[in-house]
Design a protein around this ligand. Structure first.
Ligand SMILES: [Zn+2]
Length: 112
């Protein structure tokens, strides 16, 4: 079961109750301070946080450091890492392959 807590927009109290709806959007009222407002949908906030995670992944931060910085779970970071890795082209090889390196290693002194 997933439990989401909505906080009051004014006093950040957890004591909010549903207070009807308007234009299909749920309204709430804070029982601590009496503030009335709309519940903020989680989608846009989540999308912004995931975009930040993908940006950090492109900068080649470690997954655990991204978890510490953003609060996104590590499995979600791993999922996004797989997604961004598939979308970006592979990095160029910095070291030549072993077969190419062996050519100069096999040279003898009289060949030079
Ligand atoms: Zn309040």
């Amino acid at each position: 079961m997933i439990v989401t807590t909505q906080l009051c927009g004014r006093c950040a109290s957890e004591q909010v109750r549903k207070n009807g709806s308007s234009n299909g959007r749920a309204k709430y009222q804070c029982t601590a301070c009496g503030y009335q407002g709309y519940l903020r949908p989680a989608g846009p906030e989540r999308a912004a946080r995931y975009a930040q995670v993908e940006k950090l992944l492109v900068e080649r931060n470690s997954q655990r450091s991204i978890v510490r910085a953003t609060g996104v779970s590590r499995m979600t970071v791993a999922k996004l890492a797989k997604k961004t890795q598939a979308a970006s082209p592979p990095l160029p090889r910095l070291r030549p392959k072993k077969a190419q390196r062996r050519t100069w290693e096999a040279l003898e002194l009289d060949e030079m």
